[in-house]
Write a protein that binds this ligand. Structure first.
Ligand code: CMC
Length: 438
């Protein structure tokens, strides 16, 4: 369209510029030509926290936060959660198309073949203190994979790159399960490839002395659905970390460790753990109004509520709420769900939350299911990290293939001192300013 342009008048110089609009976006670099003179660097954009800046183009995940829509490669999340296995969705995210029957069979075999970890990695795991947080253990052991697979640095070789993707997706449940058992002082359980991705993970977590672990099919399916829902979510904090760190050509294991670190924060994947602690603290329904008052006074956050992009009900939270009921049929009801439902009801009818468009996000209900299944809150973010690894790798691969890719390197607006002369220590005397670093 000819009129897909933006005309800007610079009131400093009265000059006008016409720049193209592409898919509702202008290129920040097109603003550089807007200068007051030859020495002027040119206009920049300022956007802390990327509130209104697209950092890449991507064909993986579509999200409409106002309408509450989430699609992987065009397929609605609701349909994928109902009909797919997690590895089927992993293939979809990485390849762009749903696998054929043969492709899926080979993919399942390929992933399950790589689930073992090097014995030395187990020794590394043993070095952690018994109460080490599992996310810290996972971040460190994923980074350590980089030392076991030096070929991972060979980013230009697409076959080799694919091998690392398979390795990481395969080994995540093993590392996560070993971190879990280390905490409990239980012997590590070797992967059982016959069981498939999710049931094998449950096997490595919970097998005791029985010759073959038999996972409860309802719980296994619930975990599968939760994995599908968490597999990707476009340019969130950890995915942006994956792309930014990966843009330096760091190997995928070091890069994924950075993404896991981003995920561990309580404002991101760590929120599911915080939700449970919050529900524990509230304890009974009658204490909800007092808690909500504290939130409205700005003293607390309602964890598991709010989202940078969703300004409507998070479609993942809706599915998780249904899955919770199926899980409770097996495990018995986790009474925290009743506190959570009441918290949601009160919050969604309160002006504070309505005005700010704050709805439950994926983390609000997931922890309640995980707890009913027997996980401790400190495991919850690990359960987010296993499936999200697929999304990170799909986005990393897309980034490496992008002809426009360059090392991530934002600009800044310098607000510090202008040039000043060095003062020798003997002449510095005393100053009365408040220390900012202490
Ligand atoms: N409880 C109370 N008030 C909130 C909350 C909340 N959970 N979230 C946002 N607000 C308020 C916030 O104080 C602000 O109010 P005001 O306009 O008066 O200053 C307004 O809503 C806008 O919030 P914001 O902090 O500017 O929004 P953001 O996009 O920067 O932050 C968020 C998004 C997810 C970090 C934030 O909503 C939050 O901290 N939520 C709780 C943590 C959480 O559940 N995180 C999981 C996110 S979903 C899964 C994932 O991707 O990891």
């Amino acid at each position: 369209m000819d009129n897909e342009t933006l005309t800007i008048t610079d009131n400093r110089t009265k000059a006008t510029y016409t720049i193209p609009i592409y898919r509702g976006t202008v290129r920040a670099m097109d603003l550089r030509q807007i200068k007051t003179g030859a020495d002027d660097f040119g206009l920049m954009t300022y956007d802390p926290a990327f509130m209104n800046t697209a950092s890449c183009t991507s064909a993986i995940t579509y999200l409409d936060g106002d309408k509450g829509i989430l699609r992987y490669r065009g397929y609605p999340i609701e349909q994928l959660a109902e009909h797919c296995t997690f590895l089927e969705v992993a293939w979809l995210l990485l390849e762009g198309e749903l696998p054929t029957r043969d492709e899926l069979e080979n993919w399942n075999c390929e992933i399950m073949r790589h689930t073992m970890i090097h014995e030395n990695l187990k020794k590394f795991m043993d070095g952690f203190h018994h109460d080490a947080h599992p996310m810290g253990v996972l971040i460190s052991t994923v980074a350590a994979l980089s030392t076991f697979y030096p070929d991972a640095k060979n980013l230009g070789d697409t076959k080799c790159r694919r091998k690392q993707i398979v390795r990481l997706i395969s080994k995540m449940p093993t590392l996560a399960a070993y971190a879990y058992r280390h905490r409990l002082g239980l012997p590590y359980i070797y992967p059982d490839p016959d069981l498939g991705y999710t049931k094998n993970y449950m096997n490595m977590l919970w097998k005791r002395t029985e010759p073959k672990y038999a996972a409860n099919p309802v719980l296994a399916r619930a975990l599968e659905v939760l994995f599908i829902l968490h597999a990707d979510h476009e340019q969130n904090c950890s995915t942006s970390a994956m792309r930014a760190v990966g843009s330096s050509n760091a190997d995928p294991f070091a890069t994924a460790a950075a993404a896991l670190s981003a995920l561990s924060g309580p404002l991101h994947g760590g929120a599911n753990e915080e939700v449970l602690r919050m529900l524990d603290e509230i304890g009974t329904k009658d204490r909800i109004p007092a808690f909500i008052d504290q939130v409205k006074e700005g003293k607390r956050k309602l964890m598991g509520f709010g989202h940078r992009v969703y300004k409507n009900y998070d479609p993942r939270a809706r599915i998780i709420k249904q899955v919770a009921e199926e899980v409770f049929e097996v495990t018995g009801r986790n009474h925290k769900i009743d506190i959570a439902l009441e918290l949601e009801r009160i919050a969604l009818s309160d002006e504070y939350f309505i005005k700010r468009k704050l709805y439950p996000n994926v983390d609000f209900y997931s922890g309640i299911i995980y707890q009913a299944m027997g996980f401790k809150p400190e495991q919850f973010t690990v359960l987010f990290g296993i499936p999200r690894t697929v999304g990170w790798l799909a986005q990393w691969q897309e980034m490496l293939r992008d002809p426009e890719r360059k090392i991530a390197r934002p600009r800044q607006i310098y607000t510090g001192e202008d040039r000043r002369e060095f003062v020798p220590l003997t002449l510095r005397g005393v100053h009365d300013r408040e220390l900012t670093f202490a």
